[in-house]
Ligand binder design. Structure first.
Ligand code: BGC
Length: 742
């Protein structure tokens, strides 16, 4: 008995000795880990410690972004890997290889004095390898949840390929369809852009930046870029203070509130002070007012662009102006590394300002977990891309973004009895142009063509007869006859035409948004067949439809739908799917009618103020989009006809699917404020909601009006003004008045 307890005590002693020495050893090991490398310390403490250890040169290198190879060619990458300094802040990472990324990261960690990880950025605009519809199309889905899912998958594919940071979303409200970059954003409306700003930031960044598959988002191009004169890229933008606050700021503010890690400063001039050297927007608003604690990267070369813009005389002055205004990282110019040290020596830039910039950059690296987990998994391409969940999202987003613009005598869906379908046009068997610009690392080979989509959809049911008919442009009519022959043998003619991908995107503005005449000529020619004509229109912008509109019985705007567009288009044509997209941008009648957008101000002479030669109405308004089913809207009910400024008002409506097919309806709630101390747009979208309604189903849609959020407007300083008076809610064709009192 005594013996046993003696041995027991001995064992306890031995165990406690082992335990306590383990604790001591761990504590000792931790004490030798430098504080900035110690995961258990708060990020701000780690940054402070690291900053203390950095030389000025090391700090300045953090503000430098360079590009890792001009393309994904391995030799090219190897060469630039050797050339790149291990202390560099960031690289634009153009390879898809996690192995190369890890290699280069190893260089940074092992060969630099402090082992600071490099931040790898890339333009993941609408998918990484799995290419989704262009953002303009995504906006037409009015499905923010789906866009969040798409961005999350894009983030995962990116991270697994070595990318930590995307230069997306673009949330420049765009009202000039000549501007090539209209395809990259979420359309003409401020509220819609704000909603998708939040949705995409949520998708990219996940719950936390440190999640293994999150990447940092970048709101761009801060700010006013889309007002570039005449829609020509990189031009002067005359952005009044009122427009800045009312139209352009809200999507950025929403994105910043949603936690966007970074912003990119634009190429444009904002009424005389360039966006990449604008202390008001970059510091006063972004950093002081909104308290953004991430960093701003310049656009590609937008620091040295201050020279041609006439705002700086040389690289040094450009550096001084951009840096002092609040651009912390210089994209590929290399002028910060060239000039910052000298500017510090000359006391033109305080060291505290350098520290602040570096602190912001390091903060994002810490938040992404790069210090603690600098390397990514090295999975095979098969395990990284085209996973069933991402393909399903690509197909669904393509489906929900397509907009049925016109459907005369129910030309669509095509009758179930058709035996022969003519598929004609330069886009029918084309893969490249369905991807749209900024296709990330997408490869055309895997894109499903419209033809392939139709073959699959109609297998064993109908024959798909193909003719190219014409090219996108030019005057070659040699294939017209063959196309007509195909049309004559068919029950319906489905035309696949529109724009090439290179007709939109950066530096891809067009003086006219009309399609080349050859396309209209082909449609006129095919009209001789007497068969119903369905136009599948693919474009990166709204186009001037001209006679194409009257020549076609049905028009489905399919945008540039990405990798899985083919089967979505085919499903919508056959009626397996029901169109539910609505326009996030107005289709003007002619190019000369630009700008025309739904929330213009009222003309001083309401019935006048158009053009003599064309109607004042555009071809298709923002919000337009047909379905194969019908939805009946009951009368709107509001909770009160009068509310006080601190009260809320609920508006609600019952909507029934009265047609023969299940469908999705997006309900848009607009507010108008007919008299105010600063004139207001005729109406403004304040809330939208999309729901699926089965045949016969009735659903209630609700909008809770919060006066400060929904009835106020900003003044030219960005202060919100809430004025009492009459307001109107508009939904569908109803307009309901209520009063706001003090
Ligand atoms: C574009 C940006 C893009 C950057 C990096 C610039 O030319 O304006 O939108 O993110 O290049 O590729």
């Amino acid at each position: 008995m005594i013996k046993t307890s003696f041995y027991k005590q001995l064992t306890i002693l031995a165990v406690s000795f082992v335990l306590s020495s383990t604790i001591v050893i761990t504590a000792l090991a931790q004490a030798t880990v430098l504080p900035y490398k110690n995961k258990s310390l708060p990020i701000e403490q780690r940054i402070k410690d690291l900053l203390k250890r950095m030389t000025l040169e090391e700090k300045i290198l953090q503000t430098n972004q360079w590009t890792y190879g001009k393309n994904a060619n391995e030799n090219n990458i190897e060469a630039s890997k050797k050339a790149v300094r291990p202390e560099i802040g960031s690289l634009i990472y153009r390879s898809i290889s996690p192995v190369y990324r890890n290699d280069i990261m190893r260089k940074a960690i092992n060969e630099s004095r402090l082992g600071i990880p490099i931040l790898m950025g890339f333009d993941v605009i609408h998918g990484y390898r799995t290419v989704y519809p262009i953002p303009l199309a995504q906006a037409c889905s009015f499905n923010t949840e789906l866009v969040t899912q798409a961005c999350a998958v894009a983030a995962k594919e990116s991270r697994l390929s070595g990318v930590d940071w995307t230069f997306s979303p673009m949330i420049d409200v765009a009202r000039d369809a000549r501007w090539g970059r209209v395809s990259e954003g979420y359309g003409e409306d401020t509220y819609t852009n704000s909603m998708f700003s939040v949705a995409s930031v949520k998708g990219y960044q996940g719950k936390s930046l440190s999640d293994p598959y999150s990447i940092a988002a970048c709101l761009k191009h801060y700010i006013g870029y889309s007002l570039s004169e005449g829609g020509r890229d990189y031009r002067y933008a005359d952005v009044s203070a009122q427009t800045l606050w009312e139209t352009f700021m809200p999507p950025y503010e929403a994105g910043v509130k949603a936690g966007a890690a970074t912003l990119m400063s634009g190429f444009n001039d904002i009424s005389g002070i360039p966006a990449s050297a604008n202390p008001y927007t970059l510091t006063d608003i972004l950093k002081k007012r909104w308290k953004h604690d991430g960093f701003v990267v310049s656009d590609w070369g937008s620091v040295i662009n201050l020279i041609p813009q006439g705002f700086a005389k040389d690289n040094k002055e450009a550096t001084l102006k951009s840096f002092m205004a609040g651009v912390e990282m210089d994209m590929v110019d290399n002028v910060y590394v060239e000039n910052l040290e000298q500017l510090v020596k000359e006391n033109k830039i305080p060291i505290a300002k350098i520290d602040e910039a570096v602190r912001r950059i390091l903060r994002i690296k810490f938040r992404l977990g790069l210090f603690d987990k600098p390397y990514v998994e090295e999975l095979s391409e098969k395990d990284r891309y085209y996973q069933p969940e991402s393909m399903a999202i690509a197909a669904r987003l393509a489906e929900e973004s397509m907009v049925l613009l016109k459907n005369k005598q129910h030309a669509l869906p095509v009758s179930k009895d058709v035996k022969n379908i003519a598929l004609i046009g330069p886009l029918a068997k084309n893969k490249v142009d369905l991807m749209g610009s900024w296709e990330g690392q997408g490869i055309a080979d895997v894109v499903e063509t419209i033809y392939e989509g139709f073959e699959k959809e109609y297998k064993g049911k109908a024959n798909i007869l193909y003719a190219k008919g014409c090219d996108f442009d030019g005057i070659n009519e040699a294939d017209f006859e063959a196309a007509l022959a195909v049309a004559q043998q068919s029950d319906v003619v489905v035309l696949c035409m529109g724009e090439m991908k290179k007709w939109s995107g950066e530096n891809a503005s067009r003086s006219t948004i009309a399609l080349p005449a050859i396309q209209e000529r082909l449609v006129s020619y095919l009209k001789k067949s007497g068969k119903p004509i369905v136009l599948l229109l693919s474009s990166g912008r709204p186009v001037e439809l001209g006679k194409l509109d009257t020549l076609s019985d049905a028009i489905l705007e399919i945008w540039q739908p990405g990798i899985a567009g083919g089967s979505s288009v085919a499903g919508l044509v056959s009626g397996r799917l029901n169109p539910s997209g609505k326009l996030a941008i107005t289709f003007p009648l002619t190019t000369g009618q630009i700008p025309t957008y739904y929330n213009m101000r009222q003309s001083a002479r309401p019935k006048l103020g158009g053009y003599q030669d064309i109607s004042s109405e555009p071809k298709y308004w923002f919000g337009h989009g047909l379905s194969y089913t019908t939805f009946s809207y009951d009368s709107v009910k509001i909770s009160s006809k009068t509310i006080k400024k601190n009260q809320k008002l609920t508006a609600q409506i019952n909507i029934t699917n009265t047609g023969n097919m299940d469908g999705k309806e997006t309900v848009m709630w607009f507010i108008s404020d007919p008299v105010a101390s600063i004139t207001r747009p005729m109406k403004e979208l304040k809330f939208f909601e999309k729901k699926t309604l089965k045949v016969g189903e009735k659903m209630t849609f609700k909008f809770e009006i919060d006066p400060m959020r929904d009835l106020s407007f900003p003044d030219a300083n960005g202060n919100r003004v809430l004025e009492s008076g009459d307001f109107y809610i508009s939904i569908n064709n109803q307009k309901i008045k209520f009063e706001l009192v003090d």
